[in-house]
Ligand binder design. Structure first.
Ligand code: ADP
Ligand code: MG
Length: 316
């Protein structure tokens, strides 16, 4: 765990301004402007979500932070260190779990961590290899060849690798895309624990629900530009709408519903009631229906997802 790192200091862990990236043309491929002037400030101690559809530029931004991709223009300051002025200090302050599984298949997890620590110049006495293996649940596999590990175990190892130098800022690029529920829970438990110990966390995800549960603040990026940056509660507050879907066994007469709720019959014969969850509770709707004798054969809730947020944001 990093020490001496205070939470919620009011300082920024990351400051990005005017960040641009154009990938050079290759063969028949035209040049690609992946980032078009991004400004972003990420507060120390936060869990920050970077959301956006495929191709939005999330990995490009993260790989620039990690020093894996060269920016075309702009300024990146990590933990107070300008990437161009203090490259070593800025690199030491950040650990990145990349989207791709890039692990040497011939190393054991223990050796991978030792090599990574060596790359970061962590002295032997300051290494925490055993703790890291335990943290990500790989103690029993410490001496196995990485090529024999499952995909999930490789991901755990990537997380441990990102932590060898006890970075102040941990960046996770799509850590839960396509992983099973056990690994997802392990990842989130670790993220929470590391954050409580003072680490600033930045993650990208496709899943709004995940971002909603984990992140204090969210930036949405689309076509290489930040569309919005706001505290999660404020962002979801803008999306105050859910839909209750009811199978009433067919069309029936409907009672008056609480003010603010709107009912319509879908073509599949089910009833869809849209309502603002900040003002109306699900049980109020159900009580109104049951009180009027409407049969409830089945019920489900549709919540707004990332796509709705996009539609909403681009609309206004
Ligand atoms: P995201 O992580 O949000 O899905 P990326 O940053 O991976 O987005 O990609 C942003 C855009 O840049 C996409 O159009 C992608 O095809 C392009 N891109 C990403 N990496 C490269 C590369 N190495 N060379 C050329 N184009 C790239
Ligand atoms: Mg990506």
């Amino acid at each position: 765990m990093p020490d001496g790192v205070g939470q919620k200091t009011g300082r920024n862990a990351i400051e990005i301004s005017g960040l641009r990236k154009t990938y050079a043309a290759t063969g028949r491929q035209a040049p690609k402007e992946a980032l078009k002037g991004v400004d972003l400030a990420i507060a120390e101690g936060s869990i920050f979500g970077l959301l956006g559809p495929n191709g939005a530029g999330k990995s490009t931004m993260i790989n620039i932070l990690a020093g894996l991709v060269n920016k075309s223009a702009g300024q990146v300051v990590i933990w107070g260190f300008d990437q161009d002025v203090n490259p070593r200090q800025s690199r030491a302050a950040i650990g990145v779990m990349p989207q791709e599984l890039n692990i040497d298949p011939f190393f054991t997890p223990r050796a991978s961590l030792e090599v990574q620590a060596g790359l970061y110049g962590v002295p032997k006495a300051e290494r925490w290899t055993d703790e890291l293996l335990a943290l990500v649940g790989l103690t029993d596999q410490a001496e196995s060849y990485t090529r024999n590990l499952s995909g999930g175990m490789k991901r755990r190892l990537l997380l441990a690798k990102a932590l060898v130098h006890r970075p102040n800022v941990l960046v996770l690029d799509e850590p839960t895309a396509g992983v099973d529920i056990g690994l997802r829970e392990m990842l989130w438990a670790n993220v929470r624990r590391l954050n409580e110990a003072g680490m600033t966390i930045i993650l990208t995800t496709h899943y709004l629900e995940e971002a909603e549960q984990m992140c204090d603040e969210i930036a949405i990026i689309n076509h290489g530009q930040v569309v919005v940056q706001a505290p999660t509660s404020a962002l979801l507050g803008r999306m105050d709408g859910k839909t209750m879907i009811i199978d009433a066994g067919g069309r029936v007469d409907l009672p008056a519903l609480p003010h603010g709720a709107r009912a319509e019959w879908r073509t599949d014969g089910r009833l869809a009631i849209s309502y603002p969850p900040s003002q109306i509770r699900a049980d109020q709707l159900l009580d109104a229906l049951r009180g009027a004798g409407v049969p409830i054969v089945d019920v489900g809730i549709e919540a707004p997802d990332l796509e709705d947020v996009f539609v909403e944001l681009t609309r206004g």
